[in-house]
Design a protein around this ligand. Structure first.
Ligand code: S3P
Length: 185
């Protein structure tokens, strides 16, 4: 599929657990499509004037989630682009409803060892600042995968493959999704 010639009429919203590659894949996907890339965590941090760990520390997870919903709604009302969301964003029914209305959701699925290999030892993720971060990731998989599974397009990220493979799989998944949609009409 000719990538840059593909006209983006809806924002592509990347969802998935920490370490699945939303930001790295999103940046490359946006480049291929010739559109802007936004990372909602960066936007939340900028709006708050502090880092994500600082937001969690000062306002708790609830405070962070409130800010997250507001920032995502604002960003979704802008021009179609590629958006990487924080891992918890798509768990909000409000965010899901808004994404369904104006965007296309894409879940980058990965198994536990792939995720763990990418996040272990990396600071900046308050939910994993615990004694058993791998167990926490595993619990989050149980909790979130059924919801992520409602995304419009689902692709797999494997430890042995590069981000470009995921980008190609997303472009193909988007084609399949639009064919399915036109069949339904
Ligand atoms: C979170 C994921 C983080 C960030 C915050 C909470 C989550 O984003 O939004 O620490 O609930 O899974 P990444 O998925 O980009 O690491």
């Amino acid at each position: 599929m000719g990538n840059a010639s593909r006209k983006l009429d809806k924002t592509l919203v990347l969802v998935g657990l920490m370490g699945c590659g939303k930001s790295s894949v999103g940046r490359r996907l946006a480049q291929r499509l010739g559109v802007e890339f936004v990372d909602t965590d960066d936007e939340i941090a900028e709006a708050a004037g502090m880092s994500i760990p600082e937001i969690f520390e000062r306002f708790g997870e609830k405070g962070f989630r409130d800010g997250e919903v507001k920032v995502i709604s604002r960003l979704l009302s802008g021009r179609p682009n590629v958006m990487a969301t924080g891992g918890g964003a798509f768990m909000s029914p409000l965010v899901r409803a808004e994404v369904e209305r104006v965007g296309t959701s894409i879940w980058i699925r990965a198994d536990l060892n792939t995720l763990w290999g990418r996040v272990r030892g990396k600071p900046g993720r308050p939910l994993l600042e615990a004694e058993n971060p791998k167990q926490i990731l595993s619990n989050l998989m149980d909790e979130r995968y059924p919801i992520y599974g409602t995304a419009d397009v689902i692709v797999e990220s494997r430890a042995e493959n590069g981000h470009e493979t995921v980008v190609n799989d997303i472009l193909k998944g988007l084609d399949d999704f639009s064919s399915r949609q036109s069949e339904e009409k």
